[in-house]
Design a protein around this ligand. Structure first.
Ligand SMILES: *Cc1c(COP(=O)(O)O)cnc(C)c1O
Length: 346
């Protein structure tokens, strides 16, 4: 018998979940004090109590991650490349002076929080998954600028619906002229909260003009494509998968996985600077990240110019194949030959 048949499930409308927050039964918390991390505490309370002088509130000493957990076709519960998220969280921590979170603590937190909330892991076949949000914050009381002396590492999960309810449909993007995301030697390559607060004005400006997503160019010269607000850029040119090389973009785990799948498919992969003018040469373009895997992009507008990709409201064949392969690996419908799935025994 398939294991999922005996597992209790929360009675949610799995196919219609938004990409939003749904309260689950437990979250897990670790506290850092006097040089070491505590053991994890599973708590039912979704609120936290913080000192009003905590540096995360004043100076943005905060970083986070995002990854997904799936139920596979054969009823296993798996997370996708969680060690990569643990490593990236530590790179973010290091940059903003938060103490390292040992990888085994990250994986233990993941296993415990998923196990405690197993009934919220959406069933296979619904297109839904459990989104896991780890975060680290500076919490000791302090008023002058400086790193906190106490920290919290918190992880929670929330069931999220399939990103594409109406099919795998392309969107248009606005390349921003008047906003930068990250300075060349800033924190663009780290998943720190301040980047996203700084991006809100630009993304709201674009939304008002009818663009669901924004593209950022390099802030030094405004000549090269950096990435979208919360996802990396990929473009298809002939038999080549091209993605930007830049110090100020977030190294996407989805993008890394797709480059490996692209090679499996016989495509060439190039990671290099992409000038805004080169956009005209791509047959397909996409925004890639954990939430949607790939959002096909059919148009990028910049300074009165329009670059178009694919054929209108239809996603191109290469991105469609990349999307199908990655999502099928995640659900166990395609062989996980790169060892990306981390099983969580419930
Ligand atoms: C999280 C994020 C991505 C996507 O990274 P994944 O590991 O694929 O989820 C891309 N760009 C930015 C700015 C991000 O914050």
């Amino acid at each position: 018998m398939n294991k999922s048949d005996t597992r209790q499930k929360a009675g949610l409308d799995w196919g219609n979940l938004p990409f939003g927050y749904v309260k689950t039964d437990y979250n897990i918390r670790y506290f850092y004090k006097d040089g070491s991390w505590s053991g994890g505490q599973l708590v039912g309370d979704e609120m936290i109590s913080l000192n009003i002088a905590a540096p995360c509130l004043h100076y943005g000493q905060e970083c986070f991650e995002g990854l997904k957990v799936f139920e596979t076709v054969d009823g296993r519960i798996v997370s996708f490349r969680p060690t990569e998220n643990a490593r990236r969280l530590n790179r973010s921590c290091e940059r903003i002076y938060i103490p390292r979170i040992p990888e085994q603590i990250f994986i233990e937190a993941l296993e415990k929080v998923v196990k405690a909330n197993a009934k919220y892991v959406p069933p296979f076949g619904t297109g839904a998954s459990m989104y896991i949000r780890p975060l680290a914050i500076g919490i000791g009381a302090r008023v002058g600028l400086g790193p906190a002396d106490e920290y919290a590492f918190i992880m929670f999960g929330t069931p999220v619906g399939p990103y594409y309810k109406g099919g795998f449909t392309p969107v248009k993007a606005l390349a921003l002229e008047d906003f930068d995301r990250a300075a060349p030697q800033g924190v663009g390559d780290c998943k720190v909260g301040g980047n996203y607060a700084a991006g809100l004005a630009g993304s709201q400006y674009a939304k008002k003009k009818g663009y669901p997503i924004v593209m950022y160019l390099d802030s030094a010269e405004k000549k090269y494509v950096d990435e979208f607000g919360t996802s990396n850029f990929i473009g298809i040119k002939g038999n080549t998968y091209v993605t930007p090389k830049s110090n100020s973009i977030l190294p996407s785990i989805t993008n890394d996985s797709l480059t490996i799948i692209a090679k499996d498919m016989g495509l060439k992969v190039e990671r290099r600077q992409i000038s805004i003018d080169e956009l005209g040469d791509f047959s397909e373009a996409g925004a890639v990240g954990t939430a949607a895997v790939i959002t096909p992009v059919n148009q990028v507008d910049y300074r009165g110019r329009s670059f178009t990709f694919g054929n209108g409201d239809q996603a191109g064949p290469v991105l469609t194949e990349l999307y199908n392969r990655l999502t099928k690996i995640q659900t166990g419908e395609m062989e996980d030959k790169h060892g990306w799935l981390h099983e969580i025994k419930i």
